[in-house]
Write a protein that binds this ligand. Structure first.
Ligand SMILES: Nc1ncnc2c1ncn2[C@@H]1O[C@H](COP(=O)(O)OP(=O)(O)OP(=O)(O)O)[C@@H](O)[C@H]1O
Ligand SMILES: [Mg+2]
Length: 480
């Protein structure tokens, strides 16, 4: 019975015009526990394949409309990982050769013995699951290695090249960059690109844990070393044996612990807190910080000797605003990945919207862009396209001055005139208000508009009025 349960997930499409054979095939496969869909002609078969994937397609060769060979070609096109088995009443060598050449898993001559069919299906399924395992593995590799670090800017290309060069060495790497620039992503790429990849990658955030706790987290403790140490515990360095330890936010480490860490790194051995035995360690060290460590050294907040010990190979990650060409690349990739994960069918994002994302500064760097894309995708309806109208004011405002040039060229598929004009008008007003620090009179001057016209437009467009001084003055009858 257990075997049957496993089989239930195996989806087979049967395409057979002969009602008797169709029914008998269905009975055999349902009894064997397969999940079946049954159609009686090639056209219905092809639409079924387009609707959802099947592990195996079992099709008759001679069908009333399009033939089994045509079905086979569609399968190869739409769902290349499915296995296709051809049933034929006239098994000639030519048919067999043609079917195999077109990518059939095998062919079976009618009448056939059910047991033989079941063995063939079993073998076909083995191949299908191997293929999908392979695809998943490749995807996983891409997600953890340098391939996961996106960006076509020269800076990011250099970062990827450097990672590839130093990944499979034991050299200590110090990753520098603002929050959200991908420091942890780089640390993982270094680990998974090395021969240590089969061993643990152990991250520890040195900024988030209080000093005495951090010491026992890093180096472990012996039973009874302090109140609450009820059992011996190994630390992250030991857990990362033959693997990689990622010392995140190293700039936040207390001076006391900095000394202890330096000793461990130099001697390649440690004693657990409260212990006396020396324990040899073999962990590759990767550290990261969003602080200016050189300045911290100058200001004596960070030990110079530890800095040199860690800074063997520095990898600097540029902030996103310094490589704006990466924004559309990242946005499109996040759109594809997040939509797939959330099972949303977003049709795409307009070039104008991508331009606007690129003009914004992204103070939270790639993390901010990723979270932003996720929010938009979750809120968007299926089958829609992300446009400038989906972007919040702060992002729209960032690109307002660039619009007159953008308007000079009309995109190939045209634009929605009214909404584009309204967008542009809104952006001009928001930009002018920004430059005038919210003072409407000034903003109106920048736009050569009457103050009252500006106020009217702001009301109509629901633009927030932050001109407190003026509101107060207005209520006293003044006209600034
Ligand atoms: N170049 C990139 N390509 C694809 N995804 C990226 C890239 N850089 C960052 N990310 C994604 O952005 C998010 C933040 O990255 P990560 O956690 O590595 O940043 P960080 O520098 O460690 O930030 P913090 O200093 O705040 O810890 C992650 O989801 C990461 O996958
Ligand atoms: Mg991080």
């Amino acid at each position: 019975m257990t075997g049957y349960n496993k089989l239930k997930e195996r989806k087979i499409l049967i395409i057979e015009d002969d009602a008797l054979i169709r029914e008998s095939l269905s009975d055999v496969l349902v009894n064997a526990g397969y999940k079946i869909s049954v159609v009686s002609c090639g056209e219905d078969g092809v639409s079924a394949i387009r609707e959802r994937p099947f592990d195996i397609v079992l099709t008759d060769l001679q069908l009333p409309g399009i033939s089994g060979l045509d079905v086979l070609r569609s399968v190869k096109n739409v769902s290349p990982h499915s296995a296709c088995i051809i049933l034929t009443g006239y098994a000639s060598i030519e048919t067999a050769v043609e079917a195999m050449r077109a990518g059939a898993f095998t062919y079976l001559k009618k009448p056939f013995v059910n047991a033989e069919l079941l063995v063939i299906l079993e073998k076909a399924y083995e191949l299908v699951s191997l293929k999908s395992e392979n695809v998943n593995l490749k995807k996983e590799m891409r997600q953890t290695c340098t391939g996961a670090i996106l960006g076509t800017s020269p800076d990011m290309q250099k970062v990827r090249e450097l990672i590839e060069k130093v990944a499979d060495t034991d050299t200590t790497v110090l990753i520098l960059g603002e929050s959200g620039t991908g420091k942890e992503l780089v640390a993982r790429a270094l680990h998974y690109g090395s021969s240590r990849s089969g061993k643990p990658f152990v991250p520890i955030n040195c900024g988030a844990i209080p000093e005495d706790l951090l010491e026992s987290e890093l180096f472990g403790h012996e039973k009874g070393a302090f109140t609450g140490a009820v059992a011996t515990k190994i630390g992250r360095f030991e857990a990362a044996d033959h693997g990689t330890i990622f010392l995140d936010e190293i700039g936040d480490m207390s001076p006391g612990l900095q000394v202890k860490l330096l000793r461990v790194l130099q001697e390649k051995q440690l004693e657990r807190v409260g212990g006396i035995t020396h324990i040899k360690i073999d962990a590759r060290v990767v550290a990261a910080t969003n602080q200016d460590l050189e300045l911290a050294v100058e200001e004596k907040r960070f030990r110079k000797d530890l800095y040199y010990r860690l800074n063997v190979i520095p990898v600097s990650l540029p902030s996103l605003r310094k490589r704006k060409e990466d924004v559309p690349v990242l946005a499109k990739e996040f759109l594809a990945n997040i939509a797939e994960k959330k099972k949303k069918k977003i049709r795409g994002i307009t070039g104008e919207a991508l331009d606007m994302l690129g003009a914004y500064d992204w103070p939270g760097n790639v993390r901010e862009l990723e979270n932003f894309m996720e929010r938009i995708i979750v809120l968007k309806d299926d089958d829609s396209v992300i446009t400038t109208r989906d972007l919040p004011e702060k992002i729209r405002a960032a690109s307002a001055p660039a619009r007159p040039q953008a308007a000079a060229g009309l995109p190939p598929d045209g634009i929605d005139f009214n909404s584009s004009v309204a967008d542009y008008e809104r952006e001009l007003i928001v930009t002018a208000l920004g430059r005038a620090n919210g003072v409407k009179k000034k903003a109106a001057e920048y736009l050569r508009l009457n103050r009252t016209t500006l106020i009217e437009k702001m009301k109509r467009m629901d633009i927030l009025d932050t001109d407190r001084a003026e509101s107060a003055a207005d209520s006293k009858g003044s006209n600034r």
